[in-house]
Design a protein around this ligand. Structure first.
Ligand SMILES: [Zn+2]
Length: 238
């Protein structure tokens, strides 16, 4: 037996161990759906929602509200912004996730603890599924604008914002348009009202096509974004 024939099986084994280790790390519990006891597939109007839950006692009423919100707001968001957005979406109620919710590709993860404390916060769905509609992928777009648009959409399309106590953040001089979320959303609502009613649609489309630049603000509103923010700051009513 020469050295090569001894080494080969050992090397192969090592490679297999290394490969399965990487595989195990990148897999999520919902990847093997046969192992999920609490799951459901819902279909309506050409859309499919897969629902997976690894929590013990998620409130069935909250579950129903999240599903109803999806089938209400997602078609509306797709229709306005991007009909190419995925017709298949996955909701994962995940005890291993400790934020509020997060979206990656067409998968939205929800923290069940959050909804135990905030059962009315159903429009988390409205914000998160907008990220699926946005589909900016690897385009280098500003994160503050991505999140600002998602909260602009929650403001426009939300179905339970009042009951959950959610509203756009009132203007304060310490803010910046780069603060994202409700602060940027308030600015976008103002800019559409006073400058260009198609502003968000055009910004969103440009970001998805990968042709967004900061000069777009000048073209669409007659001012660059800093000048526009200055004008907004002087009279921020919407
Ligand atoms: Zn977001």
């Amino acid at each position: 037996m020469n050295l090569a024939s001894i080494l080969k099986p050992a090397t192969l084994l090592l490679l297999l161990v290394a490969a399965s280790h990487t595989f195990a790390q990148s897999r999520r519990w919902w990847d093997d759906t046969s192992m999920i006891s609490n799951k459901q597939t819902l279909q309506k109007d050409g859309l499919t929602l897969f629902y997976y839950d690894n929590s013990e006692n998620f409130d069935p009423q909250v579950k129903q509200h999240l599903i109803d919100a999806f089938f209400t707001v997602y078609p509306a968001e797709r229709k306005r912004f991007n009909m190419q957005a995925s017709a298949t979406v996955v909701f994962v109620i995940d005890t291993g996730y400790h934020g509020v919710a997060a979206t990656s590709g067409h998968i939205v993860r929800f923290n069940p603890d959050w909804f135990k404390k905030h059962p009315e916060d159903i429009d988390v769905v409205t914000h998160e599924v907008m990220h699926i509609v946005q589909s900016y992928g690897d385009n280098h777009v500003p994160g503050w604008l991505t999140e600002g648009i998602a909260d602009y959409v929650r403001y426009k399309f939300g179905i339970n914002n009042d009951a959950s106590g959610w509203k756009l953040t009132d203007f304060k001089p310490t803010q910046s348009y780069t603060n994202a979320y409700r602060i940027t959303a308030h600015f976008l609502v103002w800019a559409e009202k006073h400058k260009n009613p198609g502003l968000v649609d055009t910004l969103d489309g440009a970001m998805r096509q990968g042709i967004y630049t900061s000069e777009l603000w000048q073209q669409l509103t007659g001012k660059n974004v800093d000048e526009l923010w200055a004008e907004y700051s002087a009279n921020p009513e919407i």
